[in-house]
Structures are given as structure tokens and as C-alpha cells.
Ligand binder design. Structure first.
Ligand code: ATP
Ligand code: MG
Length: 168
């Protein structure tokens, strides 16, 4: 029942966010906001490193993109046991922005990696709903971007996102 409720609420939020007008925004303040909120939420020793291209702009629905980073950074924080590092960096080349979110958490078993973007696939300790990355991928694809995940079990995980850059 909880799973149905969570799914419905995620879908409702997604439909609502899809209607949000797109605008030119800078990515840095969005990521900074999410990192601040997530470090407050998770009571762990998390070292945060950011290395973001200062002036990169993207044309997006700001709340949708914020949700993507909330899902990914929340997963990274969940994967850290007591202490670890989350680093977010970006590069900008040929009108394409690439964003890397790396963590030193527990990583993902090779047999689970291909399923993480599917709905209801949760392998974390809490056994959550398993729709965070599914929604994140929908939002990124809706913005003509790509998202992929690489992980080494026991060492950490990287999520790599590309989005069209809108800077002149
Ligand atoms: N950074 C990460 N480190 C380790 N495992 C991860 C990471 N990101 C995702 N995963 C794995 O992928 C699974 C799917 O992630 P997803 O965000 O879709 O679902 P969830 O976090 O389990 O639930 P929900 O996001 O709906 O609360 C997670 O359960 C976890 O096992
Ligand atoms: Mg999640």
C-alpha cells in the first residue's frame, strides 16, 4: 500500500513538474542548495567537494532538475555508512554540460547495476520504493540529456549526467 501511495505521489509530482515553465538557470546554486539540505538531513560525516563550472547555464524546469539532484545525492548519502565523501563536478564542452556526482559509499553489486533505473528496484538497506532513479532518468531525458551510473562494489558510485548548455 505504501509503495502504491509513494508511486502515485511521485507520478503526481512528475506531472506537476512537467508543466513548470522552462527557464535559463545557473546550475551551481541549485546543486549547492540540494547539498546543504541533504547534509542536514543525513546525520553522517559527509565531506562535500564541489568543482562546478561557474557560468554554465541550462534551460530547464528548475524544480524538476532540483529533484534529479535530490534523488541522486540522497542515494549517495544513503550509501555512506558513517563517513565518506560526496563530490560534484562539471565540465562544459561543445555546448554540452557534463555533471559528475561521485560518492565513496558502499557501491552497487554488479548484478544490480543494470536494474537501478527500473521502477521498484531497491537494493539499499532501508528497502525504499525504488523509483528515485527511474524518475530522475525521465526528467533528464525530458530535457534532452543522458544519465548513467558506474559503480565499484565496496568503493563507491558515480552518476554522470549530460545536459545541453545554454550559455552564450
Ligand atoms: N550512490 C549509490 N550508491 C549505492 N547504491 C545506489 C546509489 N544510487 C542508487 N543505488 C542503488 O540503486 C537502487 C535504486 O535507486 P533509486 O533511487 O531508484 O531507489 P531507492 O533509493 O531504493 O528508493 P527511492 O529513491 O524511491 O526512495 C537503490 O536502492 C540502491 O540500491
Ligand atoms: Mg533513491
Amino acid at each position: 500500500m505504501d509503495q502504491i501511495k509513494e508511486t502515485l505521489s511521485a507520478i503526481q509530482k512528475f506531472i506537476h513538474l512537467k508543466k513548470e515553465p522552462r527557464q535559463k538557470v545557473k546550475l551551481t546554486p541549485i546543486i549547492d542548495q540540494v547539498l546543504e539540505a541533504e547534509t542536514k538531513k543525513h546525520k553522517k560525516k559527509m565531506n562535500i567537494h564541489t568543482h562546478l563550472c561557474k557560468n554554465s547555464e541550462i534551460i530547464v524546469s528548475p524544480e524538476s532538475i532540483k529533484q534529479v539532484f535530490e534523488e541522486i545525492i540522497n542515494n549517495a548519502a544513503e550509501a555512506i555508512d558513517t563517513s565518506g565523501i560526496i563530490s560534484v563536478s562539471s565540465t562544459n564542452e561543445n555546448k554540452c554540460m557534463t555533471i559528475y556526482i561521485n560518492d565513496t559509499g558502499r557501491g552497487i553489486l554488479p548484478e544490480h547495476i543494470s536494474r537501478v533505473f527500473e521502477p521498484y528496484q531497491s537494493f539499499n538497506r532501508k528497502k525504499s520504493c525504488g523509483i528515485g532513479l527511474f524518475i530522475a532518468r525521465k526528467i533528464i531525458e525530458d530535457h534532452s540529456g543522458t544519465i548513467k551510473l558506474e559503480s565499484t562494489y565496496g568503493q563507491g558510485t558515480s552518476v554522470i549526467i549530460t545536459l545541453p548548455d545554454a550559455s552564450e
